[in-house]
Ligand binder design. Structure first.
Ligand code: SF4
Length: 418
């Protein structure tokens, strides 16, 4: 049965977090993604066998928002064993996790545009909203179809929504520092329109974007066509730079690089002061989430110690992972790898190049050195520990140390610690 009436029914949010279900879900999730080796290596600081050492950041991998989203997705399958279960896009940016959900029969729906798939939803169906959230139009459509929703949107993302909704209510244009095409930023931008859809926003990504906006704020530009060309798909409908930059509030995608976000905030604040002589029409809230911050801080701490190379493990479309790569590559050879398979040989690493925006193959002699090497490993908030374990094992394997030897050293250290 397909609901076709234009009247908007009440949201059918379902709570799948039932104690008897969660106990089994937690065991299942641990089995899929936990790693004892990673726990031991993390506790060691430096894990050494022969002339090869691996060190892990103090904080990396799954954040609380991602853990919760995965738990709820697994729980949905248990609570609704017979129903069709859909997911808007990806639960998180990690192919391994998304593959597991596909194997459980959870079907991904398009997230960039609503296609006919959404017309076919019925009240018997369940739709999982990912940790990034989803745009208002998607939520409204699902509710109109009468489908049940399991909303895994992270609380930290919802905090940003509250900020931009507040801006819209107060007639303040949201300047969102983020990637306009990212799921979370699309969802946030839709909230920046406010409840009555009269609000406005512009999404900026780089300091150059911010500087261009600052020039507009200071009245140094008048070519609106150049403005629209600079921000395609990053503006609210009807945005007029001669009108909508009067009162502005800055918010950011939760996973941005903190130093860059702070720099952008300061530039815009200075431009407002230069124009008005004060900052009464400028508002700002730092909305970088705690987990992103902790992972960036842990990497800065790790970089104080000697390492020969850094491997950053995660999905290539993961924003918080890309920022870890940006931090690392300023200091030492850094490789953004999706899985351990990217470590092709001692001399070749396949990795994502942030500047070329594509996967590349690099020849390198770092892993092939005869002398002692230290390899640092970290991962974004969407990377499970089992992928880190595979990466550790692959590094040792390439250096001629078997998985059995690594696991036996791990057991020895765990026994000593207990
Ligand atoms: S990265 Fe931050 S905002 Fe995103 S899911 Fe994790 S805790 Fe939530």
């Amino acid at each position: 049965m397909t609901a076709t009436t234009g009247k908007k029914p009440k949201p059918r949010r379902v709570n799948v977090r039932k104690p008897e279900v969660m106990e089994r879900v937690e065991a299942e999730v641990a089995e899929h993604y936990r790693s004892n080796l990673v726990e031991v290596v993390r506790s060691q600081g430096l894990f050494t066998i022969g002339n090869t050492s691996v060190t892990l950041a103090k904080q990396f991998g799954f954040c609380y928002g991602v853990e919760r989203a995965i738990d709820l997705a697994y729980a949905s399958r248990r609570v609704f064993p017979e129903s069709r279960i859909f997911l808007i896009g990806e639960i998180i940016h990690n192919q391994e996790v998304n593959r597991q959900l596909t194997e459980m029969g959870i079907v991904s729906l398009p997230w960039q545009e609503m296609g006919e798939h959404y017309d076919e939803l019925t009240p018997e169906d369940v739709v999982i909203v990912p940790a990034f959230g989803a745009p208002v139009a998607f939520m409204d459509k699902i509710e109109r179809q009468g489908a049940q929703t399991v909303d895994t949107t992270c609380g930290d993302v919802m905090k940003v929504w509250r900020r931009v909704r507040g801006f819209a209510k107060d007639g303040v244009t949201s300047i969102i520092h983020g990637k306009a095409s990212h799921e979370e930023t699309k969802a946030t931008a839709s909230r920046a329109l406010g409840d009555d859809k009269t609000g406005h926003y512009v999404v900026i990504l780089t300091t150059e974007d911010a500087e261009f906006l600052c020039e507009w704020i200071r009245g140094e530009h008048a070519d609106t066509e150049a403005f629209y060309a600079r921000f395609p798909d990053a503006l609210s409908e009807g945005f007029d730079p001669t009108v909508h930059l009067d009162r502005v509030g800055v918010a950011n995608q939760t996973t941005m690089l903190k130093s860059e976000t702070e720099d952008i905030q300061k530039r815009i604040e200075a431009a407002m002061e230069a124009r008005d002589g004060n900052t009464e029409k400028f508002f700002v809230f730092d909305t970088i989430c705690g987990a992103t911050q902790e992972r960036q801080d842990a990497l800065f701490e790790m970089l104080k110690h000697k390492m020969d190379a850094l491997l950053v493990v995660g999905g290539y479309n993961s924003s918080n992972t890309a920022h870890l790569v940006e931090i690392g590559e300023k200091e030492l050879p850094t490789f953004f790898i999706r899985t351990s398979d990217c470590l092709q040989s001692l001399e070749e690493i396949i990795h994502f190049d942030l500047h070329q925006k594509t996967e590349v193959s690099s020849k390198t002699s770092i892993l092939a050195q005869d002398e002692k090497i230290i390899v640092g490993i970290t991962a974004g908030a969407s990377c499970p520990n089992n992928l880190i374990e595979e990466t550790i094992l692959r590094v040792f394997d390439l250096r001629g140390i078997s998985a059995e030897d690594v696991q036996s050293e791990c057991q020895k250290l765990a026994a000593e610690a207990s």
